[in-house]
Design a protein around this ligand. Structure first.
Ligand code: SF4
Ligand code: SF4
Ligand code: SF4
Length: 343
């Protein structure tokens, strides 16, 4: 099926600067606590943070779904609950609490099962030979509130819609019959299935907060100050500057053809070392790896980032570096010109 939904009047969007993510998972916890604590979705994270290079969550998510070159929705596959998502663990809390603290044989907190996979299973593993070229970076992910959402077109009941006022993509769970075609079709695997309520569930871009001019919880709580939120058409806002003016914020896997509205500033990385420990003229995270994630535009983006960083090192002004450093968090969130102190 081809995309057939009018363009929204405005589009809210997010930029994440991957040079600043600490991998602290505050964003995931903020989202989970606020919106998504149902038993049927205990295994899901509307926001999650992956270590790259790595398998991601669900494992190997970039392999199925999206659109063909002519715009048709590809069917994709359902990720497996055991091997791709990993079920939520239960812990031996009772045994730990019952342990006699004076005893020499202490009971340590551990999962009751013997899991072989789960979110962040390969956290901080990364790639490359130590110490010459080892590297990793964090990739926080949420629904992209796409221009042409594959999830929307895949739903035979028209349960998924894109809001006219801000382009947020939502599931009408009253209409949803739990077919999971949306889960299959989303190439980012950012729709989940609530096994208890038998409906689809996904990031709502903190719609009630956005309506009040408050940034989404995952962005507002981020201690790394790497998230920027605003409307695509706000020429004075951070999104326009990073995406359109400086062109340093890029969609993840643009080749999927569904127009994400979450963008990433690609990670700069330290140089590789030779056998004597001397720096080489090559970054640890290869440009071919980044091109695979962000497309060819990553080369221009990286050139701009390195040039602006050099300017700043030479104590020359750089609007781009000032913006990315985010001295004042209020400047990172521009929702209808309003900023709010609400956490
Ligand atoms: Fe739908 Fe979000 Fe997936 Fe885009 S990223 S196809 S809007 S669930
Ligand atoms: Fe969760 Fe809101 Fe962030 Fe979406 S925008 S991932 S709902 S905190
Ligand atoms: Fe990264 Fe911010 Fe999430 Fe921490 S809260 S993992 S710094 S995006």
């Amino acid at each position: 099926m081809k995309y057939n939904v009018p363009t929204p009047k405005r589009q809210v969007a997010m930029v994440l600067d991957l040079n600043k993510c600490l991998g602290c998972h505050t964003c995931s916890v903020a989202c989970k606590k606020l919106w998504n604590s149902d038993d049927g979705t205990d295994y899901t994270y509307w926001n999650n943070v992956e270590t790259m290079p790595g398998k991601g969550y669900p494992a190997q998510w970039p392999q199925t779904g999206g659109r063909t070159a002519t715009g048709e929705v590809k069917q994709g596959e359902l990720p497996n609950l055991d091997n791709a998502y990993g079920r939520a663990w239960t812990f031996n809390n009772k045994a730990v609490l019952a342990t006699d603290q004076a005893s020499k044989k202490k009971e340590w907190l551990r999962p009751q099962e013997s899991p072989t996979w789960g979110p962040n299973w390969d956290e901080d593993h990364g790639a490359g030979q130590y110490p010459q070229e080892n590297h990793y970076f964090y990739l926080p992910r949420l629904c992209n509130h796409c221009e042409k959402p594959a999830c929307l077109d895949a739903c035979p009941r028209q349960s998924i819609y894109k809001r006219e006022e801000d382009g947020i993509v939502l599931v009408d769970q009253d209409k949803c019959h739990g077919y999971r075609f949306c889960v299959e079709a989303c190439p980012y695997k950012k729709v989940y299935f609530d096994h208890q309520r038998q409906v689809a569930a996904k990031c709502i871009f903190c719609m009630p907060r956005v309506e009040e001019g408050t940034a989404p919880a995952c962005a507002r709580q981020c201690p790394g100050r790497l998230r920027f939120v605003g409307y695509r058409d706000d020429k004075d806002g951070p999104i326009h500057k990073l995406v359109d003016k400086y062109k340093v914020a890029l969609p993840l896997h643009p080749e999927y053809g569904i127009g994400p509205n979450v963008f990433y500033v690609p990670p700069m990385s330290p140089p590789k070392l030779d056998d004597q420990g001397r720096p080489l003229d090559e970054m640890r995270i290869s440009m071919s790896y980044l091109e695979n994630m962000f497309g060819k535009a990553v080369h221009g983006a990286m050139d701009t980032l390195l040039a602006e960083r050099d300017k700043r090192r030479q104590e020359q002004p750089s609007e781009l570096m000032d913006l990315l450093i985010a001295y004042d968090w209020n400047e990172s969130f521009k929702l209808d010109g309003k900023t709010r102190e609400v956490i």
